[in-house]
Ligand binder design. Structure first.
Ligand SMILES: *Cc1c(COP(=O)(O)O)cnc(C)c1O
Length: 345
């Protein structure tokens, strides 16, 4: 029962290398589900890139990139908070983010030689020190090693560059140091990097690991097929089948991140025509699945099970037990069973 992420590995790695060459101060981000690849795999890939620092989301994720063989510096993006305690802070490559004056004071008391990046509050209003607090925070560092300032901008931003420019200038006035940025258009990043003499670092996850979408695809296996008659009751919930056809059992369920997708109202003529065909299934309460069988997205018989899904197929659809079929997954929320390297298609 395998949901597989297939890679054109060398083309994917060419994209990673090109990105690393193009982005000044690239810091690969590996967090959460490792963008579908897992933290260890991303760490192994980062080892081969010309970068000296990775970023993870949380402190426990540091172990994931260490297990993947990453020996360089690791920035933890979620700000350290006094309530977190000092477990896990002994790694000499660890760089913590601190976003509140109280936490800085607590860290100085608990681990006075830690390496820290101070976070500035942006229009995202998630974490960070206000501009008026920067001087006091910097003065409160004691023996803590200041590794720079971080500015985390919203993705949807009218004028990201202007905000980044103002915050960066304010921080540099307090103390010239590295500027850690994310979610800036590349042209803006390059201008800022030139303004600050190559002192910018740029964190990137999605664009790095999930760029070049043509170098990967996610495939699911058809595990079984049963013929059904109109009105037959199928599955956990015993829904009656709308017409005769078949039910395919396909690998991929909630544990893999396969979810019911809400049918969307089509707007283009082509979409409307398509929904005249599929509309009757939708009207009967069936949801479109992310599985493509015989060239078309097919409908779920019922919500996905934990590791497989029941998919309704009309009589004319061709399907073969054992074949691999495309499944559309959002890799930031997916867990695949297997990554297959050096594929071609
Ligand atoms: C997750 C994260 C990133 C990476 O975001 P992508 O959109 O995946 O590139 C960058 N910076 C910070 C602070 C993050 O938390």
């Amino acid at each position: 029962m395998t949901l597989t992420l297939q890679l054109k590995s060398s083309e994917w790695r060419e994209h990673l290398a090109r990105t690393a060459a193009d982005v000044p101060g690239l810091v690969p981000v590996a967090k959460g589900n490792g963008y579908g690849f897992g933290l260890e795999r991303l760490a192994r890939e980062a080892v081969d890139l010309p970068v000296d620092c990775m970023a993870v989301g949380t402190l426990p994720e540091v172990a994931g990139v260490r297990d993947g063989g990453w020996g360089g510096d690791v920035v933890v993006l979620t700000p350290w908070c006094a309530a977190d305690g000092v477990a896990g802070l002994d790694d000499p490559g660890l760089i913590l983010t601190v976003a509140r004056g109280e936490d800085l004071t607590a860290l100085r008391a608990a681990r006075p030689k830690s390496r820290v990046i101070l976070e500035l509050l942006t229009s995202m209003r998630r974490h960070g020190l206000g501009l008026a607090e920067l001087n006091a925070a910097f003065a409160d560092l004691g023996e803590l090693r200041h590794e720079g300032w971080t500015i985390h901008l919203p993705i949807a931003h009218q004028n990201a560059f202007e905000e980044a420019r103002i915050l960066a200038a304010a921080a540099q006035e307090v103390a010239p140091s590295l500027l850690w940025l994310s979610h800036l258009p590349m042209a803006d990043l390059k201008v800022l990097d030139a303004l600050h003499n190559g002192q910018t670092r740029y964190r990137m996850g999605t664009g790095l690991w999930l760029g070049a979408p043509s170098t990967r695809r996610t495939m699911a296996r058809v595990l079984d097929v049963h013929h059904v008659r109109r009105g037959d009751r199928i599955g956990y919930w015993q829904h009656p089948m709308p017409t005769a056809g078949s039910v395919a059992v396909i690998s991929g369920g909630t544990a893999h991140g396969v979810a019911l997708s809400a049918p969307t109202a089509g707007s283009s003529v082509k979409q409307r025509l398509a929904s005249m065909v599929t509309g009757s299934m939708e009207a009967m309460g069936f949801a479109l699945s992310p599985f493509t069988v015989d060239g078309r997205k097919r409908f779920f018989v019922e919500p996905p099970h934990m590791q497989s899904s029941l998919i309704f197929l009309p009589r004319k659809a061709h399907v073969r037990i054992g074949e691999m079929v495309p499944v559309e997954l959002r890799l930031t929320t997916a867990t695949v069973d297997r990554i297959e390297d050096d594929c071609s298609w």
